[in-house]
Every structure is written in C-alpha cells, then in structure tokens.
Design a protein. Structure first.
Length: 296
C-alpha cells in the first residue's frame, strides 16, 4: 500500500479569508515553514493570499519545493448563481493553470464569517444543488475535480444537511474530520457508509466538549477556535487512525490535507503552528507504521 499523500494548508498558520479573523503571516513566512517540516504540497489558502498570475504562483510554490493541490472556494450557491459561476470560472482557470487537482467548494451564507446562518427555503436549496453541479461542470472543463466541503456556518453543516446533499447531488465530499464532527456527523461512520463519495480529505482533530458549545449555539465558531477547539492530530476526540484505515481500505488514494484552523494574535510567529503541524505529522507517521505492521 502506498504512503499517504500529505499536504498542508495556510489556515494551519492562521491564514483565513474571514475579515478580522486574526493576524495573518505572509506567504514568505508560511511557505518556508511548510517546506522545513518536509511537506511537499499545499492548498492555496484564501483568494489573493498567493499570486494570481499562474506563472508567478507556480514559481513561488516551486521555490519552496511545494506542488499545488487545489484550494477552498466559499460561494453563496443558493443565490445569484451567475455571480457564483463567474467566480468559479475564474478560480478554476487559475487552479488548472498551476497544475492543481481539486476545487474544494463550500456553500457559503453570503455573510462574512462562519458564526451565523439563516435556514434555506426548498427553492434556495435546489438552487444550491444546481449551482454546485454547474460549478463542477466548469471545473471539469479545466481538468479539475470538485468536492463539496461540509463546513460550520455554511448551508451544509449538520448531519441532516450532509445526508440531504449526498442524496440530492452527485458531487463527492471533502471529508473534513473537524467540521463534520462539530456539525454533529461522525466522520468515521460517514466514510464507512459512503466510501465512494469521499473525494478529498481535510484532517483536523477537535475537542468535542468545545465543539458541543458551538453546535448548541452557546459559543460562536470564531471564539471556539481561539478557545482551543482545534488541536494537533491525536490530541483531540476524533479517531483519526480509524478514519485513515477506513478510507484506505475503501481504496481512497487522494490527498490528506493537514488543516488545524488557527487564529493568531499580532506578534505571533510561525513557531506555534510549526509545533502543532509537526505533532500531526508524527501522528500520521505512527498510523502509517501501524498499518504497515498489520500487513507483515
């Protein structure tokens, strides 16, 4: 069995698209930090964080030995489809021109941040499903796969919404272990039940006691991140080993993107994110060694 294809994501170093999320380290700090940890691939981070000219973007990543995996695109799929499709078309062209593989789509509310949302009408839900399908077609024209990312504070968050999406759409999921758990879905059980619908993986670990506060509405998502809801792999309550075993047994050969959502304060350096990512990498290495030993 091949080794895990592990990639990084700038959010692990506090780089987020949400206004006032926190202090943002520049790419000339984050990319070398990834490379120093032995990582050789990354997602792009929020729009505009990295260069938008394909040649410049490829050169910037290559300078640190990093290849592009793809990236996250949060769009209000349930309203103004033409605007969402225009953004998706531009994004897909950029991703494809850099050699990326996957467009990770999220059903944004259209408001800033991930702390509140309003339920959709049936018509808005149908629009969301149709717009996502059209974006997948656009991405496919550029040679990209599209996955839908269940995410806190979007319109595919809860277990009921995840299952409704799987029933109503042909798109595969980006299985994000943290966001699924926070939304009330067991990511391991989901992977076992829908092995052929897992198109991409974001690995997070969470403290479920804090996640419960978010799910109940007693704590906003952004505060929960600052309160330490996300922790390095193996330090929280998500069974990462069981998840990896389940998807590999089902034949998954895609990326495992390390994503520990982090919010930094002014003056913070990359040292904390570096330590957390190193812990996560060690945990994945232990899982890989355990799998290898069971095959002997």
């Amino acid at each position: 069995m091949t080794e895990l294809r592990i990639a990084a994501a700038p959010i692990s170093w506090g780089v987020c698209e949400v206004p006032a999320w926190g202090y943002v380290l520049d790419a000339d700090t984050v990319l070398p930090a990834m490379a120093a940890l032995g990582l050789t691939a990354t997602e792009f981070g929020p729009p505009g964080y990295l260069p938008t000219a394909p040649a410049e973007l490829r050169a910037k990543l290559a300078a640190h030995g990093l290849t592009p995996v793809g990236g996250f695109l949060a769009l209000a799929l349930h309203r103004e489809p033409s605007a969402a499709l225009a953004t998706a078309r531009e994004t897909a062209a950029l991703f494809a021109a850099t050699g990326a593989e996957v467009l990770v789509l999220a059903a944004a509310t259209g408001e800033d941040g991930y702390d509140a949302r309003v339920p959709l009408t049936d018509h808005e839900w149908r629009t969301l499903i149709d717009t996502a399908a059209s974006i997948a077609d656009i991405a496919a024209e550029h040679g990209l796969r599209t996955t839908l990312h269940p995410h806190v504070g979007t319109h595919v968050e809860t277990e009921a919404e995840v299952r409704r999406f799987l029933a109503d759409s042909d798109l595969d999921l980006c299985l994000d272990t943290g966001h699924l758990a926070i939304g009330g879905t067991d990511p391991v059980a989901l992977a076992r039940q829908y092995p052929n619908r897992i198109g991409h993986i974001h690995l997070k670990d969470v403290r479920l006691a804090i996640a419960d506060e978010v799910r109940s509405g007693r704590m906003e998502y952004s505060r929960a991140v600052r309160e330490g809801m996300y922790v390095p792999l193996g330090r929280g309550d998500v069974d990462i080993a069981a998840l990896v075993h389940a998807v590999r047994a089902a034949g998954y050969t895609g990326w495992y993107v390390l994503e520990q959502d982090t919010a930094l304060n002014p003056g913070d350096t990359a040292a904390g994110p570096d330590r957390d990512t190193e812990v996560s990498l060690r945990h994945l290495a232990e899982i890989g060694a355990e799998q290898a030993s069971t095959r002997i």
